[in-house]
Design a protein around this ligand. Structure first.
Ligand code: MN
Ligand code: MN
Length: 468
């Protein structure tokens, strides 16, 4: 390669590979960070599991429940959960809180298949479970792979029954069958969108008939009997359940050089985990730091646990009240308008096999670090909150100071498609916010891919943001 002239060096922007920028020590740290992230990913496949795992990590780092603080408390690190689907953490800073806080918001829900209220049925001596997909999926990717069920069933008396089937070696897995190629001539003529229909996402769940030959649906009854013996539930109890079918198995190293991670749910647990680890590392920061895990991002941030819920503002209000007892609504609004936030969500790295959907001058590359996305949205930036250039400059300066390798990125070519994040739900409170997260390959698929160096760069970026 031709060497850069001094003028080129001075004037041209150069994307860099994170790996090249890390010294031996940092590379080791990056690999060990990736290892613990992989464990988090494997154990936290649903919103509530991510909250449980996140809470464990927070407690180990010395965070105490917000609700348990006594008068005259000394604790600086607090956390709270909301409906078992949100985790929020705060580290109180030395500077007055009304000067503003640093918020990193990420989401812990991922595309998946939810069981319907009456999922179980029998046909041709096989038992199946009906599903309704959650979030944006390419349906054909979810057939003929091993699936696990993760769920909570709530009985009429309020008792909760947790179940996870399909993750341990000794447990069975589930799958959605597909047509053999020999008989798929008609199916193969359909578009990828129609090849597998939503109502075809039926999970195969059993095949041994009940010993009583006189009952109508022997396979279904046998499955219900099994569920009743093991979990004390009936068919009606499934009405009040949340059971998610997710890809079975662990997150794994990928590639001969083991440089990548393949696993389900990296959108957006890669950012959630990076933010969590960053906030856990803070000791006596100048500025109050806040980490928020939201749910329902994949279906529009609606619902009581989504970014549009008031739990978010209530939590900030509680944190404000720790420093300013009896704070007013106006003070809360001032706090929000003087705060800075990162909407920590993934972006799509350029896939060399599908380059056409990206505008290569402005698309993030795998291995080139955390991605700053000034605006998201569709078409003419529709649905985006767009960050100010002043905020981008602030981050750019901060990342340079803290030696974070970063890049910019947009989600695909203009008019190719697009998507939004939770950023706008903070922006509407007049809080300055920007999207900043890890680039992925195969986003929303059962096996998403991230580069270990990008994950480390994401963590470094969030740590830099908290430290200011
Ligand atoms: Mn996301
Ligand atoms: Mn997503």
């Amino acid at each position: 390669m031709k060497k850069e002239s001094p003028l080129e060096k001075k004037l041209l922007y150069q994307r860099k590979l994170v790996w090249d920028e890390l010294d031996q020590e940092s590379r080791k740290k990056a690999l060990s960070f990736a290892k613990s992230y992989q464990e988090f990913l494997t154990r936290g496949k649903t919103e509530w599991e991510a909250v449980i795992e996140g809470t464990k990590i927070a407690k180990e780092a010395g965070f105490v429940p917000l609700g348990k603080l006594k008068k005259g408390f000394n604790e600086k690190k607090v956390y709270a959960t909301n409906r078992e689907k949100n985790l929020v953490l705060a580290v109180l800073g030395k500077r007055p809180i009304l000067e503003g806080v640093r918020i990193i918001i990420s989401h812990i829900d991922s595309p998946r298949l939810d069981l319907k209220a009456h999922p179980l049925y029998e046909e041709e001596n096989l038992a199946f479970l009906k599903t309704h997909y959650y979030g944006g999926i390419k349906k054909y990717q979810w057939v003929t792979i091993p699936l696990a069920l993760h769920g909570v069933v709530v009985l009429k008396n309020g008792k909760k029954i947790n179940l996870t089937i399909g993750e341990r070696k000794e447990e069975p897995v589930f799958t959605i069958t597909d047509l053999l190629p020999h008989l798929a001539a008609e199916q193969m003529k359909k578009s990828l969108e129609k090849g597998i229909e939503g109502e075809a996402l039926n999970i195969l769940a059993g095949s041994i008939p009940h010993k009583d030959r006189d009952v109508k649906e022997r396979i279904k009854l046998a499955i219900l009997e099994y569920l009743n013996q093991k979990y004390q539930i009936t068919e009606e109890d499934l009405v009040s359940s949340e059971i998610e079918a997710v890809p079975a198995g662990e997150a794994r190293d990928l590639g001969l050089d083991q440089s990548l991670i393949a696993g389900y749910g990296q959108d957006d647990r890669v950012c959630a985990y990076s933010a969590l680890r960053a906030i856990c590392e803070l000791e006596n920061p100048q500025i109050t730091s806040i980490c928020i895990f939201v749910d329902k991002e994949e279906i529009g941030s609606e619902g009581v646990s989504g970014a549009q819920s008031t739990f978010l503002i209530s939590f900030l209000s509680e944190i404000l009240n720790l420093s300013v007892p009896g704070a007013t609504e106006l003070q809360l609004r001032k706090l929000l308008s003087s705060s800075k936030a990162i909407s920590a969500d993934v972006n799509a790295g350029v896939d060399p096999t599908y380059k056409d959907v990206s505008e290569l001058r402005n698309s993030p590359r795998i291995g080139c670090g955390v991605v700053i996305t000034k605006s998201t949205g569709k078409g003419g930036k529709s649905g985006s909150s767009e960050a100010s250039s002043g905020f981008v400059a602030y981050l750019r300066n901060l990342f340079e100071k803290r030696k974070v390798t970063w890049q910019t990125g947009e989600l695909g070519k203009v008019d190719q498609g697009g998507g939004g994040t939770a950023a706008k739900y903070l922006a509407r409170h007049n809080c300055e916010v920007i999207d900043c997260g890890t680039p992925l390959l195969s986003m929303h698929s059962p096996l998403e891919v991230a580069h270990k160096a990008d994950i480390y760069s994401t963590y470094q970026a969030y740590l830099a943001f908290y430290n200011g």
